[in-house]
Design a protein around this ligand. Structure first.
Ligand code: GUN
Length: 353
């Protein structure tokens, strides 16, 4: 059996057009432009990339984005002060504080500071609480979990009465997606690091959601034939390149693997260090001495690829439906954020509940 691919790019493009049309209508008929504020604390490259793609998504559908960047040492008061300003700004309909936050910050307090009516991430404790309770409705549902359910719905995969197994119990994905499946009357199992016999538990699933952050952990023999498998994982794994060699940092003595910039194509590669041709020295990228400025430097890169939590090649022979990585859940997360921002703007204008 070869699984049918659940194409997140195609679904996201369809929802994208729906949102764009709604945004245009809101502007034309009510003079309202939805606005999303993003708050990024620190310089984590993955978080920078996520925030950038959220802003790009906004501009594509006509939502205004307001990017706010704080240093990695920003205090609790600074972050909460910024959130308070954004709460008071009527041009901002949604506030997204990119997670994870630096360790010294109190994440719960910051998420609680986001106005309930602007909590487009759905992480405010009241929204999460409502999501967890029967008969209650949160104002917003977290984006990645909402994207998983949207994919199942758009491929007409039934949820009611089915065995759903969620691998992972994170606040961002595992927990909220479990609540959504429960609301849709799935019979739910949540697995985590202490679960005994993971393969046998996963094999019970008609719907398997993998959100553990372990590259290619779910194998074909973990999957019930015909099951729908949603892979939320986005993991970077190194890929060998023929020009790879070991380099030793002249500053720290640490060893790293890389090749010279010109030896590989762009895309899917990460800067590891530099070769200072002027002084014939090697440095890890964060250990270049300040006095090297002006020297002739050659960047040293290593290739990587993105893989999910599911071994795609193995599982596609068993599953009925399967999301690829990239191109599955990833594009849906941003789309759901845009939809929540639009809903928030419509709600602020009294057009929806
Ligand atoms: N970090 C990883 N996923 C998310 C998300 O959905 N929202 C926020 N704010 N941070 C994240």
């Amino acid at each position: 059996m070869t699984a049918q691919l659940i194409d997140g790019e195609v679904v996201a493009a369809a929802v994208h057009s729906e949102i764009k049309a709604e945004v245009e209508k809101l502007k034309a008929e009510h003079g309202i432009t939805p606005g999303l504020a993003t708050v990024l604390v620190g310089e984590d490259p993955a978080s920078q990339a996520y925030v950038q793609s959220k802003q790009k998504g906004c501009s594509e559908v006509g939502i205004e984005s307001f990017g706010h960047y704080l240093s990695k040492d920003a205090s609790q008061e600074e972050v909460e002060g910024l959130v308070a300003e954004l709460n008071a700004n009527p041009a901002v309909h949604g506030i997204l504080v990119q997670l994870p936050l630096p360790k010294h910050l109190d994440e719960e307090r910051i998420l609680r500071a986001v106005g309930l009516d602007k909590d487009v991430d759905g992480f405010h404790p009241i929204n999460i609480g409502r999501l967890a309770m029967k008969g209650r409705k949160p104002l917003f549902v977290p984006c990645t979990p909402a994207g998983c359910i949207e994919l199942l719905d758009r491929y007409n995969i039934p949820i009611e009465g089915k065995e759903a197994v969620v691998l992972g119990r994170s606040n961002i994905v595992g927990l909220p997606v479990s609540m959504l499946l429960l609301h849709r009357n799935a019979t739910l199992t949540i697995c985590h690091s202490r679960t005994q016999d993971l393969p046998a538990t996963c094999r019970r699933a008609d719907i398997l959601i993998a959100a553990v952050g372990r590259p290619e952990m779910v194998r074909g023999d973990w999957v019930k034939p015909g099951a729908a498998v949603i892979d939320v994982g986005i993991n970077r794994v190194w890929v060998d390149h023929p020009a790879d060699r070991e380099w030793i940092c002249s500053a720290s003595g640490e060893c790293f693997i890389a090749h010279r910039k010109e030896e590989s194509d762009k895309g899917g590669r990460r800067k590891m260090g530099v070769y200072c041709a002027t002084h014939d020295k090697i440095y890890l990228k964060d250990e270049v001495p300040a006095d090297a400025e002006g020297c002739e430097m050659i960047d040293l890169y290593r290739k990587y690829k993105l893989v999910g939590d599911v071994d795609f090649e193995d599982v596609k022979e068993v599953a009925g439906y399967l999301t690829p990585v990239p191109g599955g859940v990833g594009p849906m997360t941003i789309i759901m954020l845009l939809r929540n921002t639009l809903t928030s703007a419509e709600r602020a204008a009294g057009l929806v509940e």
